[in-house]
Design a protein around this ligand. Structure first.
Ligand SMILES: NC(=O)c1ccc[n+]([C@@H]2O[C@H](COP(=O)([O-])OP(=O)(O)OC[C@H]3O[C@@H](n4cnc5c(N)ncnc54)[C@H](OP(=O)(O)O)[C@@H]3O)[C@@H](O)[C@H]2O)c1
Length: 236
């Protein structure tokens, strides 16, 4: 496994839920973390007890591409390197095929697909310079099969997995590895009200352990997709 000390990992949407759990797990393991969040001022107090030498918090607004560039540049300036990017920030949508809404499609596409693409683009020179750069895309089993009517969300997660494989291809020669983590239900704000019992869902901490494993695996032992379920499905 790669040694965490000295490695710098960026996590988008680290304010709560899965992103927050990933940030906490990576920090616990010894990484330096740069957290991209919509409202850094709101969060600052919550990280007061952390070693500030291994913590950076910057504004990240998925729909604002200028914030992507300024976050990556600020993290690189702060630590002198970037070894990993976790594309976690995401949004849900109940839009169905029987009631399409162009504005809603655009909103979901901007957050779940366009922002991860541009963050990968901005981070790639740093990830290549690392020699063991890692990209973790928090996709979903909704990007692997269709079990419900929420077509905008499902389409966005299929597209994110396509992006994951595009990143695997272009980064491979310089040691960049891309991993899509595809959970079913995870017990966060996003899944409150789902039909599945909340206390039987995969926890954010369990997804965080998988993300840390993906980041820690060496260049010659990489899992391209991690399919994670909390219930039995025919093939998953
Ligand atoms: N929960 C599940 O069952 C489940 C299953 C499979 C995959 N996922 C995926 O896991 C990822 C994390 O979801 P979660 O369950 O942790 O959800 P969550 O608790 O709702 O957290 C979503 C995170 O994304 C951030 N975010 C949302 N819109 C944003 C925007 N426009 N710009 C910047 N940040 C934005 C939120 O920031 P704020 O705090 O500022 O709102 C928050 O940090 C998502 O990509 C989701 O699709 C979740």
């Amino acid at each position: 496994m790669l040694e965490p000390a000295g490695r710098v990992i960026l996590v988008s949407g680290a304010s709560r839920g899965i992103g927050r759990a990933i940030a906490e797990e990576l920090y616990r393991q010894g990484y330096a973390v740069s957290l991209g969040v919509r409202d850094p001022a709101k969060l600052a107090g919550e990280f007061a007890g952390w070693d500030q030498a291994r913590l950076h918090i910057a504004p990240f607004i998925a729909e604002d591409w200028a914030s992507h560039r300024s976050w990556i540049d600020a993290a690189a300036a702060r630590f002198g390197r970037i070894d990993g990017l976790v594309n976690n920030a995401g949004t849900h949508s109940k839009m169905t095929l029987r009631a399409p809404d162009e504005a809603e499609l655009d909103r979901v596409w901007a957050i779940n697909c366009k922002a991860p693409l541009n963050l990968i683009h901005c981070a790639m020179p740093h990830l290549e310079a690392s020699g063991a750069g890692r990209i973790v895309n928090i996709a979903s089993l909704s990007g692997k099969r269709v079990r419900n009517d929420m077509v905008a969300y499902n389409m966005s997660k299929f597209a994110l997995i396509a992006l994951n494989h595009a990143a695997r291809r272009i980064g491979w020669e310089k040691g960049v590895r891309a991993i899509a983590i595809c959970p079913s239900f995870v017990s966060t704000d996003m899944s409150i009200g789902a039909t599945f019992p909340f206390d039987e869902m995969t926890t954010p901490q369990e997804i965080a352990r998988l993300a840390a494993t993906a980041i820690g695996l060496p260049n010659n032992a990489v899992v391209a997709e991690m399919l994670v379920n909390c219930r039995l499905e025919d093939t998953l």
